[in-house]
Ligand binder design. Sequence first.
Ligand SMILES: C[C@@]1(CC(=O)O)c2cc3[nH]c(cc4nc(cc5[nH]c(cc(n2)[C@H]1CCC(=O)O)[C@@](C)(CC(=O)O)[C@@H]5CCC(=O)O)C(CC(=O)O)=C4CCC(=O)O)c(CCC(=O)O)c3CC(=O)O
Ligand SMILES: NC(=O)C1=CN([C@@H]2O[C@H](COP(=O)(O)OP(=O)(O)OC[C@H]3O[C@@H](n4cnc5c(N)ncnc54)[C@H](O)[C@@H]3O)[C@@H](O)[C@H]2O)C=CC1
Length: 212
Amino acid sequence: MIPLFVDFADETVLVFGGGSVGARKARLFADEARVVLVSPTFTETPAAVDCVRAAPNDRSVGAWIDRADPALVVAATDDAALNAAIADAAVDRGVLYNRADRRGGDRPAASVTVPATSTDGPVTVAVGTDGRAPALSKSLREEIDPLIDDAGAMARLIDQLREEWADWPADERRSALRQVVRSDRVWTALGAEGDNAQRRAVDVIESGGDPP
Ligand SMILES: C[C@@]1(CC(=O)O)c2cc3[nH]c(cc4nc(cc5[nH]c(cc(n2)[C@H]1CCC(=O)O)[C@@](C)(CC(=O)O)[C@@H]5CCC(=O)O)C(CC(=O)O)=C4CCC(=O)O)c(CCC(=O)O)c3CC(=O)O
Ligand SMILES: NC(=O)C1=CN([C@@H]2O[C@H](COP(=O)(O)OP(=O)(O)OC[C@H]3O[C@@H](n4cnc5c(N)ncnc54)[C@H](O)[C@@H]3O)[C@@H](O)[C@H]2O)C=CC1
């Protein structure tokens, strides 16, 4: 399994199945994509999700995909035969799909799994187990959540410094950026209100790194 990051901004994700699993996936993708959730019943109707009450069958799912023109189709109904037909229709159209009712093992590249995801600003950590132990993915994700507090602010700081130091010799810039991401003083400044992390980063570099 090779994780890749996909930008779904301005794309559509089409989810079949309005139970708790379909709703969870719909909420996740609605953070950036337009999401259409199709189901005869809904356990919840998440905000920012276009919920359509309908019960497509294996012969009509293709037409739903054609109409929505999605970048990803999620099959999360409680009907395994229908989920299989949704997957086939997605493959026929060259569209990625996610089947919520399948475990790990061999799968075509068009079949993707949804990892447990921890985010802080632009920083994303994804955990997967090749579909073998999703409860483990979830509990590792819960442990990672607090570990990446302030990582989003660090990513934004590094982004600024890369620009500011763009005309430095590449090896000096690389080494300075490495020192900044490893500096306890900079991490502390990021977490402290009123402290200036950028000033702190420059101090760290000018003084040759954190004290040992
Ligand atoms: C293959 C995959 C396909 C996919 O959905 O993409 C899949 C498949 C299945 N999950 C099942 C069960 C559970 N799934 C969870 C939780 C999550 N499942 C997620 C992903 C994935 N689940 C993909 C693999 C990811 C990986 O590689 O690890 C997470 C990470 C992401 C998300 O869904 O958002 C999300 C945590 C989100 C978070 O909190 O961060 C829990 C825990 C709980 O509910 O507390 C349970 C109950 C415990 C158990 O049963 O193990 C079942 C059996 C269903 C049944 O019994 O009918 C199947 C089907 C099967 O295995 O046959
Ligand atoms: N990937 C994961 O994390 C997990 C996956 N699962 C699997 O995912 C499936 C769904 O789980 P839950 O949401 O808990 O089930 P659920 O039974 O609560 O929801 C199923 C939904 O599918 C809808 N549905 C039925 N026929 C449909 C049709 N023709 N078109 C569109 N929607 C239709 C139902 O109205 C219902 O809203 C289960 O079959 C289970 O195998 C279950 C738990 C976790």
